[in-house]
Each structure stands twice: as C-alpha cells, then as structure tokens.
Design a binder for this molecule. Structure first.
Ligand SMILES: [Ca+2]
Ligand SMILES: [Ca+2]
Ligand SMILES: [Ca+2]
Length: 142
C-alpha cells in the first residue's frame, strides 16, 4: 500500500459519471482516484496533480464549479507555499490558474471552503491560514 503525507481529502464526482471520485493531499502533489460506485477507487487517467514545488505540503481541499462549465474545480491550500487552483478540463485533466484568479495565497494554509456567501450565484472562497485571523482570505465572486 502506498503511503501519503496527507492532511486533506475530498470526495466529488470529477468526471460527471455519477460516481464519487477521491482527491488526497500529499507533499508536492495531489492524488486523484476514480470511483466505480461500489466503494472501489483506482488511479485516474492523469492521477497526480503536481504543485509548483515538490516540497509544498498540500493541506486542505475545496471543490466547486468556479467557471460554471459543470465540471468541479479544485482549490488546494498549501502550508509552506502558494495555494493552487486547478480548473477541471474534463477526463481528469486539470489546469492550474491560481495567480490569474488572484487566489495564489501564500499564508500558512490549512482549511479552505467554497460557498456562495453573498447568494449571488457565484462561488466564493474562504482560506483559513494558521497564525492569525488577519491572514485569512475571503475572495468573493471568483
Ligand atoms: Ca466520477
Ligand atoms: Ca469547472
Ligand atoms: Ca457569491
């Protein structure tokens, strides 16, 4: 069995086949497993999403359809580096665009969440950073 240095995990149907898929944080990467609906998971086609630095420790995951194309996108907090935003390009392929969306936060990231905070139909992002609430980030209407 493979060992991960994991903090965060998430379940979401990333390929819209009706079965939940699994995302697991690790150091330098995320692991993605495709679910078959019976509780079994196998590595997805492109089963690893690399972070910008191999030493970055991914800690939290939030999933939501940020660009409105129907496919769930992934936001990842990083303890010792820049947070990442992966857009779902279908078939388990993803494109990282945190800087373009002004959410490449460099705080000591722990928990993250997505919710439509102001109820305008657009997903908002909350990033919880260790050490000070003043360092928490709240991005409305990504
Ligand atoms: Ca699925
Ligand atoms: Ca999307
Ligand atoms: Ca909103």
């Amino acid at each position: 069995m493979t060992t991960f240095h994991s903090a965060g995990v998430a379940l979401e149907d990333l390929d819209l086949d009706g079965n939940l898929d699994l995302v697991i944080c690790d150091v330098g990467k995320l692991h993605i497993f495709k679910g078959d609906g019976t509780g079994r998971f196998t590595p997805a086609l492109s089963g690893i999403l690399l972070l910008h630095n191999a030493s970055f420790a991914a800690s939290g995951i939030a999933i939501g359809d940020i660009d409105g194309n129907g496919y769930p996108d992934i936001y990842v907090s990083v303890i010792n580096g820049t947070n990442h935003l992966f857009f779902n390009k279908k078939k388990f392929k993803f494109e990282e665009k945190a800087e373009a969306y002004l959410v490449a936060d460099t705080g000591i990231g722990f928990s993250v969440n997505m919710v439509d905070y102001d109820n305008d139909g657009d997903i908002d992002l909350f990033v919880c950073n260790y050490g000070s609430f003043l360092k928490d980030r709240f991005n409305i209407n990504m």
